[in-house]
Design a protein around this ligand. Structure first.
Ligand code: GLA
Length: 737
């Protein structure tokens, strides 16, 4: 396109066209002006008539609206899109070309907006997929190079949102943490300047920070009230989310306007991406979520959406499993494992999962972290009759069988490393940097992708009795370098690795649809909606200390549904923290998600077994409510000495309440607990479950039927009078008035 050299930049916009993306309660309103810029007018509660608001409200000709995509080099001073074009020009100015809307079904519609650089044949498509009922908009960007030659993408965003609300008082909650301390919540007021949450680990998405946030626009966040905008990034690698709070640009001779720009990208440290002529790049998806009823509604939106659209078999309750790791670590043989199975059967469990240590032969036997990764052949010294024998033993006991893999990784002490030293991520001239004695296989290489797929597929093909895989990933990138990518494209590693990983996940999912997949990365290093698309659940943390788990599970509950959150009961003292907690407390905490066990049954005292059996039975009676119910958080462990929440399942007309006492001091008051979300017109039968035989119920109204109105307005009285007391109470809807 030839530019008119008389055309000078003008900040005056005449709006020509309005594009609206809507859900049940939210509207994203974009405008195309005569000059063809695409501008963001509004994101927030639904507007009846955005056109009249724009004509009559604060947005009038002469006032600058933020661009929907800040491209570097035009009128923008910040950028979320920065490109070196094929002719080496470094500036980009995007203009609107067209848009259209696709109705997918009565709950989903997708709006696609096409933009283009004024001068170059660089095309950008903005995708907004709106989910009505769940108040979610999935956003992503497709960049196409139609220029003659190669372009370099220095920055690109999946999504950018400009919020220009004068009265806003933004408070950001983010989820920080690392190994054994995942998803801690911090809330802070956003002041002018830039706040970034990010992750540069390459293979992990959720150590450092989980890729998600809550942005309360009206002061500190509240569980039930106020506007909250939330986002979660569906990407299992490095990422960055920026909150850039500043004056709107070009405001020196005008009314000063503040602007908060939120943007999410997978483009982090030194990860320039080149596109050849005709190539496109599709960014990861950003899940935008909206609530006018506080953070509680945000969570219910995410959970409902995930169960319906983005988690595998999102509403099928998961089996109660025993995982061998904490109980046996590397030290087992056939008898030890079969003993564990026997114990599990007595407890009423449903699946046995064999963790690390079953593979690698002879000098490469996986008897410690020092060897074996990469050699996915059964260690016949340890397991002479192979996996078949174990599967058979499990089957004879009515248990299904699962197994641990870490197929992206390799120990230098392995047969595979001797054959393919060129398959690891490293710069060829530099020394290996070991972490947990292992290296990362280079999944940008299609041959490695094939190998990783085959490692898993071979075992599944030869053992059709395997119905579950725990897919682990225990280290991040260092020594950045791909021995497969060309010298020019070394910086593609971060993006291509994750794409390679997704293609392997996809094949495993397509070829073995019945196999349940758990995502694990040293515990909770890969808890994100990108990974969950291929998995049924995540291992929330290697930390099985129930007290710390209360906080970890509480943090994760803001974004991720309980059905996917694997919580395992372990022995005392806890091997990570040394803490001893009552068995009931440990069960009550684990039962609020997908219950499992992380122990050797023979390590439990005989009289504990009776309670375990009962607890597992109790869990079975509430599993579907926990798995598919709506979460209502009632009392936060961050603000009180209690942690209390409930799941309400309309279909089963049942609510299950979990309450934990975290700290006890004499003279402390126990608050009454007002239920949320139930019908004020119904009566509910109150039953406390999971008590020891002689134990008095904690709930004073146990056995009574109470009106929903009373339970919500007056509440429930619970007698949690000792440290680590806990109670699980069911409320079954009975009769209407
Ligand atoms: C990681 C996982 C653990 C366990 C070990 C085995 O740390 O998070 O659950 O599987 O690896 O090596």
């Amino acid at each position: 396109m030839k530019l008119n050299d008389k055309a000078i930049y003008s900040p005056e916009y005449n709006i020509e066209k309005i594009i609206t993306v809507e859900t049940q309660t939210a509207s994203l309103v974009l405008a195309v002006c005569q000059e063809k810029s695409l501008l963001t007018c509004h994101f927030g509660g639904k507007l009846d008539n955005p056109k009249s608001y724009i004509a009559s409200g604060p947005i009038v000709k002469g006032e600058e609206l933020p661009k929907t995509v800040s491209a570097f080099g035009g009128s923008e001073h910040n950028s979320t899109l920065r490109v070196t074009h094929a002719d080496k020009m470094i500036s980009t100015e995007l203009i609107y070309i067209s848009h259209f809307n696709k109705e997918i079904d009565n709950n989903r519609s997708e709006t696609i907006i096409e933009l283009k650089d004024k001068l170059h044949n660089l095309h950008i498509e903005l995708h907004y997929l709106a989910y009505q009922l769940e108040d979610i908009i999935e956003c992503w960007t497709v960049v196409s190079n139609n220029e003659v030659g190669i372009i370099t993408l220095h920055d690109y965003a999946s999504f950018e949102l400009a919020l220009s609300n004068q009265t806003a008082d933004y408070h950001l909650s983010s989820f920080y943490g690392l190994w054994e301390r995942e998803a801690c919540i911090q809330e802070e007021k956003l002041h002018f300047g830039k706040k970034t949450i990010e992750n540069n680990f390459g293979t992990w998405s959720s150590f450092g920070f989980n890729p998600a946030f809550l942005l309360s626009t009206e002061g500190e966040s509240n569980e039930d009230f106020g506007e909250v905008i939330s986002g979660a990034y569906a990407w299992t690698g490095s990422w960055r989310i920026d909150f850039n709070y500043n004056f709107n640009k070009l405001a020196h001779d005008r009314v000063q306007r503040q602007l908060l720009t939120v943007s999410a990208t997978n483009q982090t440290v030194a990860a320039d991406y080149h596109l050849k002529q005709g190539e496109t790049l599709s960014t990861p998806k950003f899940i935008l979520n909206y609530s006018q009823q506080g953070t509680g509604k945000i969570s219910r939106n995410f959970h409902r959406w995930a169960r319906r659209y983005s988690l595998r078999d999102g509403t099928t309750p998961r089996p109660i499993l025993l995982n061998s790791w904490e109980g046996a670590q590397f030290d087992f043989n056939e008898d030890v494992l079969v003993d564990m199975m026997d114990g599990l059967v007595k407890m009423g469990g449903e699946m046995f999962v064999l963790d690390d240590g079953w593979f690698g032969e002879h000098e490469f036997a996986r008897d410690s972290i020092y060897s074996g990764l990469g050699d996915w052949q059964v260690n016949r010294t340890k397991l002479p009759r192979g996996l078949d024998y174990l599967i058979e033993q499990a089957d004879q006991r009515g248990l299904s069988f699962g197994i641990w893999f870490e197929p992206e990784m390799i120990n230098p002490n392995s047969r595979l490393y001797n054959q393919h030293p060129d398959w690891v991520i490293k710069q060829p001239e530099r020394d290996n940097i070991l972490y947990r004695q292992q290296l990362v296989l280079d999944l940008s290489n299609p041959k490695v992708q094939e190998h990783v797929y085959r490692s898993v597929a071979n075992i599944l093909d030869s053992h059709p009795g395997i119905s579950y895989i725990k897919w682990d990933c225990n280290r991040s990138f260092t020594n950045f370098g791909s021995q497969y990518l060309s010298a020019n494209n070394q910086s593609h590693l971060w993006y291509d690795y994750v794409k390679g990983l997704y293609s392997v996940y996809q094949r495993v999912m397509d070829d073995y649809p019945e196999v349940i997949l758990q995502v694990c990365a040293s515990g909770g290093g890969r808890i994100d909606f990108g990974a969950l698309k291929y998995h049924h659940e995540f291992w929330a943390s290697d930390n099985t200390d129930a007290l710390q788990r209360v906080y970890i599970q509480w943090g994760l509950s803001y974004i991720y549904p309980a059905i996917a959150c694997a919580n395992h009961v372990s022995i005392c003292p806890n091997i990570q923290t040394g803490r001893s907690l009552p068995l009931k407390f440990r069960f009550d905490v684990a039962m609020s998600g997908r219950l499992g066990l992380e122990l050797s049954p023979s390590d439990l005292p005989e009289n504990d077994l009776k309670f375990v059996r009962k607890a597992i039975d109790s869990y079975k009676s509430i599993r579907s409510v926990v798995s598919t119910g709506d979460l209502y958080r009632l009392m936060s462990p961050y603000d009180s000495d209690y942690s209390i929440m409930s799941y309400l399942c309309d279909k089963e007309r049942k609510l299950v309440l979990f309450s934990y006492k975290l700290k006890h001091e004499l003279g402390q008051l126990m608050p009454t607990i007002k239920l949320k979300g139930i019908s004020s017109k119904s009566y509910y039968l109150i039953e406390e479950i999971n008590l020891y035989e002689e134990q008095q119920p904690h709930c004073q109204q146990n056995g009574m039927a109470m009106s929903g109105r009373d339970l919500m307005n007056r509440g429930l009285r619970l007698n949690l009078s000792k440290e680590y007391d806990s109670a699980v109470i069911t409320f079954t809807e009975k009769v209407e008035h």
